[in-house]
Design a binder for this molecule. Structure first.
Ligand code: ZN
Length: 429
């Protein structure tokens, strides 16, 4: 996550909120009486019940990467829950560029004690079966002026992060005849990245520490490395699972409540993002019988981790009915801090949500934050609010397990999300 600007909600903030409430009237479309419905619906929100979904999706199904059999199984679970609650369920199918790493290894045959932990960059092609061995060549940070000075033909280019994009570095090296590229971080820590699907040569990422180790070896005389990368790429089908609750008074205006349902490879995804899926299912559960003026679509996006493909597809196929807002639920189960975020669009829904949180006594901070499905909606001019708990050091890793997700946190996020839906989509008695 980049670009952090924080407005903490202390006493002075209450002043700001009061001002905001005066300046920015209650959410357009809110129907009188919404507040009246709050108590009984909100008191039904259960973190324990939501947590059952986390156990079912993250523990019983396990990692469910987009485009894999587990992806369909998790979709079936969600669709069954929504159908049981009386929602009209749709499987919105779309194709996306699937990528999986089957093997990656990097060794220095002449120095077997050098232990390296490479990560294949997203969409990197494979080496030949069994891998390739070639001389290592220092290519600076991979700009044309760096490459011109380094004879790369038939060699493996060692390039530092910085200044230009990973895919540009890889292309420059490939154009100079390199057979593969190792990109190392400009800080000691680990590195992950994306290259374009037409890079042509294998590209792996290394931590800054391991990159400098190799740089020393390369500067102390010719050194050969062995690189094996086996990846799988190709178009695959996946789905957005959509549960629709038709509006009673204004059915052609739509509020989207969204959560991505896929995990990354090898990660059980308890917090990222079965916690968000569970929270959205709990909101759907408590609102299943509440009459709402506007139509609400509970949408469980596919292929978010591969590049927001599900939400992008949804936005491209939204149809004529205006979407008045989008509530995004991603990482709700770990860490007490709760952020209300948006990225580049309007912050009107964020400010409304902050006012509601204040009314419910839920401490929140407002934050600009990219990196999840709300971005696809913002690009289409839809106001968004992204409910996000930022303090999870283990998301997208094998350590993202169910024991770390707290039902009490799911309950708070679900209560706030429910109140936002009631405010925006309106309750009618
Ligand atoms: Zn996520």
């Amino acid at each position: 996550m980049t670009l952090r600007r924080c407005i903490a909600f202390g006493p002075t903030a209450a002043g700001i909120l009061a001002a905001a409430a005066v300046l920015a009237p209650a959410w357009p479309g809110a129907v009188a009486g919404a507040a009246a419905a709050l108590p009984d619906v909100l008191s039904q929100v259960s973190g324990r019940r939501a947590y059952e979904h986390v156990l079912a999706l993250s523990q019983r199904i396990g990692p469910h990467v987009a485009g894999t059999p587990e992806d369909r199984t998790s979709g079936e679970y969600i669709a069954r829950r929504l159908t049981d609650d009386g929602y009209v369920v749709e499987w919105q199918e779309f194709q996306f560029p699937f990528f999986a790493v089957r093997a990656v290894a990097l060794t220095v045959p002449a120095s077997p004690s050098v232990a390296l932990h490479p990560h294949a960059m997203l969409y990197s092609p494979s080496t030949a079966d069994g891998g390739i061995t070639a001389e290592l060549a220092d290519a600076g940070i991979g700009r044309p002026e760096d490459i011109r000075g380094a004879p790369l033909a038939g060699k493996i280019a060692l390039i530092q992060r910085g200044s230009i994009l990973f895919r540009e570095k890889a292309k420059n090296a490939a154009d100079a005849g390199a057979v593969a590229v190792l990109i190392y971080n400009s800080t000691p820590g680990d590195l992950f990245g994306v290259v374009s699907r037409d890079t042509g040569i294998p590209v792996v990422a290394l931590s800054g520490a391991e990159g400098l180790q190799l740089l020393d070896l390369a500067h102390s005389g010719p050194v050969r490395v062995h690189l094996n990368v086996q990846t799988e790429t190709g178009q695959r089908a996946t789905w957005n699972i959509i549960g629709t609750k038709p509006g009673t008074r204004d059915p052609h205006r739509v509020l989207v409540v969204g959560a991505h349902r896929d995990t990354v490879e090898g990660a059980p995804g308890a917090n990222d993002n079965t916690s968000g899926v569970a929270t959205a299912l709990e909101v759907a559960e408590v609102l299943r019988r509440a009459p709402l003026a506007l139509t609400v679509r509970f949408t469980f996006f596919g292929a978010e981790e591969s590049g927001l493909y599900g939400s992008d597809y949804y936005v491209q196929h939204m149809g004529p009915d205006p979407v008045v807002g989008m509530v995004n639920l991603d990482m709700e189960g770990v860490g007490d801090r709760l952020e209300l975020a948006w990225d580049r669009g309007s912050d009107a829904l964020v400010r409304s949500a902050a006012r509601i949180a204040d009314r419910l006594g839920i401490p929140v901070t407002m934050q600009r934050s990219p990196g999840s499905d709300h971005q696809s909606f913002e690009r289409a001019g839809v106001p968004v609010v992204f409910l996000f708990r930022p303090d999870d050091p283990y998301y997208d890793t094998p350590k993202d397990t169910v024991d770390r997700v707290e039902p009490r946190l799911l309950e708070v996020s679900a209560r706030l999300a429910t109140a936002i839906v009631l405010e925006v989509a309106g309750a009618r008695r």
